[in-house]
Design a protein around this ligand. Structure first.
Ligand SMILES: Cc1ncc(COP(=O)(O)O)c(C=O)c1O
Length: 381
């Protein structure tokens, strides 16, 4: 039985009549820019995240850029972010004219290593962007402590982590800004591109709202140089249909993660036991302080070239898998001008060689999960 990495139809088609009704509502309203659908959606997400303000935007990428613009980040500034993340985290920094400064990651959580943070801070540093990668919070306490002592803003890149928690608090509510994505592969996947920023700072929220519409207030009077970063009301209405189901989606992802971790335990162990065992893989860990939402279930496949060979093996069995991410940011061609030394990022380099994400979407059936486990095991038999 083929198992796709993600089956969007399995989630969306059961909601078809409600989605059509939402479309009809927006069509008949004649309101296609901002308005009540957007207000309603923003209120709902602000409540979920426990933030005072939510400003919906055109994508998770634009959410990062908008947060940086609201903080006046510009050429000559430095912003710290992990080297092992999706490109948008650093792309946004570079687009403001500032310099992305990369930090290596923790091998167990895949997230920015706070122990390496302080050494990267200079008198040009203005902000830190920890990423809650694969649905698990970065270790925020030390990051927030360091940022406070140096007077730096923190933008939590929570594109993959809506509803994840850190010490019981929802991510996106703890930094200066939180940024989110509703790209279709995210846990709350939309029907195209959109995103959102959250903040508890009234002034920054107001500025972000202005920047979202060309920095103007009133219309045609421009206080700032902004852009068009708006989310469509149609998108808000459609994603709104999925909101009541979101806790159930998360629960099912968690159940899939638990299942994989049990079924694959004879091939791999968690990071704590890696030193003492002859392993094939390292299973992803849910750190004690984090409420993981499992956007990805990411294995580390040990042994030279074994990851790529396993991926090919799974493809031949019609089982989807993906490498998030094959090239760390310090090695990207577009960042060659930064002249980073690969040897300064040993963990990111290793993760890029070893990671493989397997299907974990909520609608995965019992049979499909078994197929994935059997497919992985057959690689070593
Ligand atoms: C960590 C991270 N940051 C930012 C983004 C950008 O989000 P979007 O695709 O909505 O622009 C993504 C999306 O893939 C992401 O995974």
């Amino acid at each position: 039985m083929p198992v796709p990495l993600l089956d969007l139809n399995a989630q969306n088609l059961p909601l078809e009549s409600e989605l059509q009704e939402a479309f009809r509502r927006v069509l008949r309203s004649g309101q296609f820019i901002l308005g009540s659908e957007i207000d309603h959606f923003e209120k709902h997400i602000a409540q979920m995240v426990g933030a005072q303000h939510a400003v919906s935007v055109s994508s998770g990428t634009d959410a990062i850029l908008l947060a940086l613009m609201a903080l006046d980040i510009k050429a000559g500034d430095e912003v710290i972010c992990p080297s092992f993340t999706f490109f948008a985290t650093a792309g946004g920094i570079a687009r403001t004219g500032a310099t992305p400064v990369f930090v290596d990651s923790c091998p167990d959580s895949f997230n920015l290593d706070p122990n390496l943070l302080e050494a990267k801070i200079t008198n040009r540093t203005k902000a830190i962007i920890p990423v809650h990668l694969f649905g698990q919070s970065a270790d925020l306490d030390p990051i927030l402590k360091i940022s406070k002592s140096h007077g730096l803003a923190v933008i939590e890149d929570a594109a993959q982590a809506l509803g994840a928690t850190y010490r019981g608090q929802p991510v996106g509510s703890l930094g200066t800004f939180g940024t989110f994505s509703f790209f279709p592969t995210k846990n709350l996947g939309g029907f195209g591109d959109s995103g959102l920023v959250t903040t508890n700072n009234d002034e920054l929220a107001e500025k972000a709202r202005l920047l979202r519409t060309h920095g103007s207030k009133p219309k045609y009077y421009h206080k700032y140089i902004g852009a068009n970063f708006r989310m469509d009301p149609l998108q808000a209405a459609l994603i709104g249909v999925k909101l009541p189901h979101y806790p159930d989606y998360i629960e099912k992802r968690l159940a899939n993660a638990i299942y994989y971790s049990q079924q694959l335990s004879d091939l791999g162990f968690d990071h704590a036991r890696v030193e003492s065992s002859n392993l094939k893989m390292i299973l992803p860990e849910s750190c004690s302080q984090s409420g993981h939402i499992w956007n990805q279930y990411t294995l580390r496949i040990l042994g030279t070239d074994h990851r790529d060979a396993l991926k090919t093996h799974l493809t031949n069995l019609q089982i989807g898998s993906e490498i998030y991410y094959p090239v760390p940011l310090h090695q990207q061609e577009c960042f060659a001008y930064l002249q980073n030394k690969p040897e300064d990022f040993p963990v990111s380099n290793q993760l890029a060689q070893e990671v493989l994400s397997i299907p974990i979407f909520p609608e995965l059936s019992e049979g499909q999960r078994n197929e994935v486990v059997a497919g992985i095991k057959s690689f070593w038999n």
